[in-house]
Write a protein that binds this ligand. Structure first.
Ligand SMILES: NC(=O)c1ccc[n+]([C@@H]2O[C@H](COP(=O)([O-])OP(=O)(O)OC[C@H]3O[C@@H](n4cnc5c(N)ncnc54)[C@H](O)[C@@H]3O)[C@@H](O)[C@H]2O)c1
Length: 321
């Protein structure tokens, strides 16, 4: 019997990741493109390790596996994995911790700039022959010397602050678990009270995990207290901003605009009012989809599996269950 480890790659990843395992005689691999439970159920039974993107890895699936030792998330969020059964089965959960902070931070800047520079409106004016209307269009906004609140100061938050400082923004940070010293070292100012802090912000960007504490953390009551020129960005997880409340606040001009890469339900339901709101700038959960980042994530998700079996997986990539 072959003692090769069987690796399941649930949902295709970049070829650069596959190349790491393709010619490695210690491993056999299989890619599952169809993420129907039926398919995964069949294959998970005998695999030793798996890489997974966004598909749901339920307790049922995890409990079917007989040999599974490592789940390697292609990405850093792991709300699609059942943690309880992973823990019970003593399975290691790894993430591509070094791969995607820059891509997401750049995406936030892209959204902030698009919204503040009214990209759609100005672009359309020229393309529709209305160049000479330029004096009549509503003015754009600068980021210079504006206050931004970064809520959640982990990998992505810390990458974002560097970009905000490049634009000479005043950066405030809300993260109860990160010390004042670390925040100040990177040029930010720690705030203790989110409710108070949002009142004086021109931009807010969310970078924390979705959990009981952060669900609906941005709601109508809070939106009401914000500056009218405030722009909110969520490229973390849907559900932290209440979407109906956001739509209402935008329609009532309580804030200037919003950028969302993530949604309460993905894809968003057809009747989601934000889909028709021109004060919101959307992307389909693609903040990390740069060519460079896909290569990094593809490689790291496979390397984490190899490192695990070679007993050299870096602790910083392992999620404590
Ligand atoms: N849009 C995308 O494609 C994309 C890509 C990568 C990550 N993400 C999401 O971005 C978020 C951040 O990722 P990361 O890699 O920076 O994670 P991270 O674990 O490095 O950082 C998260 C930070 O949030 C802080 N935090 C936890 N609870 C908090 C709370 N209640 N209030 C404020 N701060 C809190 C933690 O202390 C930590 O510093 C996650 O939700 C992740 O799933 C989205």
């Amino acid at each position: 019997m072959s003692d090769k480890k069987k690796i399941l790659i649930i949902q295709p990843i970049h070829k650069a990741g596959i190349d790491l395992i393709k010619n490695n005689t210690n491993y056999d691999y299989e890619i599952i493109e169809n993420i129907d439970n039926k398919d995964i159920k069949k294959k998970i039974l005998e695999c030793d390790g798996l890489s997974i993107r966004t598909a749901n890895l339920s307790s049922e699936l995890i409990n079917i596996s007989k040999k599974l030792k490592i789940i390697s998330r292609h990405g850093v969020g792991y709300d699609n994995i059942d943690l309880k059964s992973s823990k019970e089965k003593n399975i290691t959960l790894a993430i591509t911790a070094t791969a995607n902070a820059v891509a997401v931070a750049e995406h936030v800047m892209f959204m902030l700039l698009n919204i503040s520079k009214r990209k759609n409106m100005y672009d359309e004016a020229v393309k529709t022959g209305n160049f000479s209307n330029r004096n009549k269009l509503p003015k754009t906004i600068e980021l210079w010397k504006k206050n931004i609140l970064i809520a959640g100061f982990g990998r992505i938050g810390q990458s974002l602050i560097r970009r905000c400082k490049g634009f000479e923004m005043n950066v405030f940070v809300y993260d109860p678990f990160v010390s004042k010293d670390i925040i100040e070292e990177l040029g930010g100012k720690k705030v203790e009270d989110l409710t108070e802090a949002v009142k004086s912000m021109d931009a807010i960007s969310l970078h924390m995990p979705l959990n009981e504490k952060t669900k609906n953390i941005i709601n109508y009551d809070l939106l009401k207290t914000m500056r009218k020129n405030c722009i909110i960005i969520n490229a973390a997880r849907g559900g932290m901003i209440n979407e109906n409340d956001l739509d209402k606040a935008l329609n009532e001009s309580l804030i200037f605009g919003a950028g969302l890469d993530v949604f309460e339900t993905e894809p968003p339901k057809e009747d989601n009012p934000l889909l028709k709101n021109n004060k919101v700038f959307l992307s389909p959960h693609t903040a990390a989809f740069t060519e460079e980042c896909m290569i990094r994530m593809g490689k790291e998700t496979i390397q984490n599996i190899i490192d695990f079996f070679e007993k050299k997986l870096d602790k910083s990539k392992i999620i404590k269950l």
